[in-house]
Design a protein around this ligand. Structure first.
Ligand code: GAR
Length: 214
């Protein structure tokens, strides 16, 4: 399955997917990486992996719809069937989300539907929750919503700050994102109402308990 990855920054999730693609048994291939930010580190990583990159600076476009239309043109020109948002820090228009409905996925560094939006690590620590995590989900127009494909939970430790927590969550992001793309490419993923069913996938199933001593 040909995949387009949309990035704005560092690109570590994109890298995790590229690394997975290096295995000939992996059922997806990144055909194009698109950035709205010129010089984003993710672009160099993609070039190093021999993947085509396109920069579409959003500031060059009069409105969100025109920018999104340009992005769609590039994705379609590359023949992609799946669009993967990997640290793409720009809201997408309703038109774009509808065009790519059920073919557009995102990763977010929280256990959605908790902690949507920005500064999630700081907010989780301030709220005193005992677990954080990450979520791969299909994208709906409303920010950080849509049917959930996979989640991973990590404990939040008493001494954590936003950086240590972000690093712990990121490690899990790099596990579940390539896994979710694999499941989709293998045709295992079905959306049923607002829920997602994955058939025949192998992943650890378990329960976690975490608390903070007084
Ligand atoms: C990741 O932590 C991702 O979950 C987050 O941005 C980071 C991008 O890192 N995405 C969002 O917050 C989207 N709402 P990366 O560029 O190294 O993959």
């Amino acid at each position: 399955m040909k995949v387009a990855v949309l990035v704005s920054g560092r690109g570590s999730n994109m890298q995790a997917i590229l690394d997975a693609c290096a295995d000939s048994a992996y059922p997806a291939e990144v055909a194009v990486v698109i950035s709205n930010i010129a010089g984003a580190p993710a672009l160099e990583r993609a070039e190093n992996a021999g993947v085509k990159t396109v920069t579409i600076p959003h500031k060059d476009y009069p409105d969100r719809e025109t920018f999104d239309q340009r992005v769609t043109e590039e994705i379609e020109a590359a023949g992609c069937e799946l669009v993967v948002l990997a640290g793409f820090m720009r809201l997408l228009s309703e038109q774009f989300c509808e065009h790519w409905r059920d073919r557009l996925i995102n990763i977010h560094p929280s256990l959605l539907p908790s902690f949507k939006g920005l500064d999630v690590h700081e907010r989780m620590i301030a709220a005193g929750v005992r677990f954080g995590g990450c979520t791969v989900h299909y994208v709906r127009h409303e920010m950080d919503t849509g049917p959930i494909i996979a989640q991973a939970a990590v404990p939040i430790h008493p001494g954590d700050d936003a950086d240590t927590l972000a690093a712990r969550i990121l490690e899990q992001e790099h596990v579940i994102y390539p896994l979710a793309v694999k499941w989709i490419a293998e045709g295992r993923v079905r959306i049923s109402g607002e829920a997602v069913k994955v058939s025949g996938a192998r992943a650890p199933v378990g329960a976690l308990v975490n608390y903070q001593d007084a």
